[in-house]
Design a protein. Structure first.
Length: 440
């Protein structure tokens, strides 16, 4: 069962959750340095509380901020059970595709180091990608021809490599992805039993398996949501000379004080993990209960496109670093020019991005391009995030962005399928626009 199928509610769901959700109360102590200032955001606070009171979510956490201030709003609990802990900035959530910007920015660190180049063929790092094939009749067969262009680092970062994804790919190629376990994501402990048996056991094996299959399009010619950021995890390993996990820990998570970011949630921390739910009609049912979550298990390998569980505090620290041009709390992890490049439109010439199905966690909206693992707004519209806004979302409803025009960043943590059940992104944009206009 893929995330996409869970997200569209095709499995029969039977347990009706109608228990009242208690009001927010701060519980866990801060696990990172406190922000220097805060700001009153009444409209944002009201939005968060309303979502919980209306039983759209058991709990929600929103963290927003500018360069010198950070404000957190939270309501509800980590699960619909009345005894569940209160949701707060240290609650752990499955961020799914919000892992992609983290992987993309990690790759840009290696670009800054001179160990990667944007237009460098990835076959320099993964030889199996040297001679790729392109499908000629994707709806009906695996018939293919030789690709005329190599897959580049830029292509992986921007979903223009011609790779597929089980949540969007169809036809014979989808069946091959499923047969070979090219499903770098987890749903729950039950479905993981079958997935783990078919899935490759390492990033190296995964990347080589992907390279054995044909592409859906010539590299650099089409935007198509893909496993590109998962393959990028292996490129990062080879280019850096260390495991993907170690690179992120040593270059990003450690320096930024992201102490609640996990590929596998430790047993000692499972009380902080939220339960993930799914909507089927008007019924909300637990899909991955915290107590038995698949995130308590070691993954087959670190999924650079969908594998992290983390706190709102930690994701905000990642965004705050980007907002500050590569620094946080006096520590520089990237050059400002590298951050600007990562958050710019990196699409190959002639390729456009028109949005993606909201159930995947992605977005559609104003005119957009694509940067290092996240979308980039190409225009400023009234009441909308400004030109240059970079970010992405997750299949379980999470949202993240950095707006360089209005100098605001935002993280929304919830966990439910499908991500587009409610217009959460739009509701946050409206609430923040009201709050920031009132602050002037």
């Amino acid at each position: 069962m893929t995330i996409g199928r869970w997200a569209h509610g095709s499995m029969a769901l039977a347990v009706l959750l109608a228990q009242p959700v208690a009001a927010f109360a701060q519980a866990a102590p801060p696990r990172a340095p406190a922000a220097p200032a805060t700001r009153s955001l009444p409209a944002t606070e009201a939005m968060v509380k309303t979502y919980v009171m209306d039983k759209k979510v058991p709990g929600m956490v929103v963290v927003v901020g500018g360069p010198t201030w950070t404000s957190a709003q939270a309501a509800g609990r980590t699960a619909a059970d009345a005894s569940a802990p209160a949701a707060n900035v240290d609650t752990l959530w499955r961020v799914y595709s919000m892992t992609k910007p983290i992987t993309g920015i990690a790759a840009m660190m290696l670009v800054e180091d001179g160990k990667l180049k944007l237009d460098q063929p990835i076959s320099d790092f993964i030889p199996a990608f040297k001679s790729m094939k392109v499908l000629t009749d994707p709806d009906n067969s695996l018939a293919s021809r030789a690709a005329t262009k190599p897959i580049t680092v830029r292509n992986l970062l921007t979903h223009t490599a011609g790779l597929g994804y089980t949540i969007v790919t169809k036809g014979p190629l989808l069946k091959e992805y499923e047969r070979l376990g090219i499903v770098p994501a987890a749903v729950n402990a039950q479905t993981e039993v079958a997935m783990a048996q078919a899935r490759p056991k390492s990033l190296e094996e995964f990347a080589n398996q992907v390279a054995s299959l044909p592409l859906i399009a010539e590299p650099g010619t089409k935007w198509s949501y893909s496993i590109g950021l998962d393959v990028m995890g292996r490129v990062i390993e080879v280019a850096s000379g260390m495991s993907f996990e170690r690179f992120l820990q040593s270059r990003m998570f450690g320096p930024l004080g992201m102490t609640s970011t996990y590929w596998q949630v430790p047993e000692r921390e499972k009380a902080r993990l939220a339960t993930n739910y799914a909507w089927a009609g008007d019924t909300l049912t637990p899909v991955d209960p915290a107590a038995t979550s698949v995130w308590l298990q070691k993954p087959s390998f670190p999924y650079g496109g969908a594998g992290l569980a983390m706190s709102a505090r930690d994701y905000d620290r990642f965004l705050h670093m980007l907002q500050n041009g590569g620094t946080l709390d006096g520590k520089r992890v990237m050059k400002a020019e590298t951050v600007a490049l990562a958050m710019s439109n990196l699409l190959p010439d002639g390729v456009t991005f028109g949005g993606v199905d909201g159930a995947t966690g992605g977005q559609a909206g104003p005119k957009m391009g694509f940067g290092a693992g996240g979308s980039v707004y190409l225009e400023t519209l009234p009441g909308r995030p400004g030109k240059g806004t970079y970010g992405w979302g997750g299949a379980a409803g999470t949202v993240a962005f950095v707006d360089p025009v209005r100098q605001v960043r935002g993280t929304v943590m919830v966990n439910y399928f499908p991500a587009d059940r409610f217009p959460l992104r739009e509701d946050l944009v409206k609430a923040l626009a009201s709050d920031l206009a009132g602050a002037r």
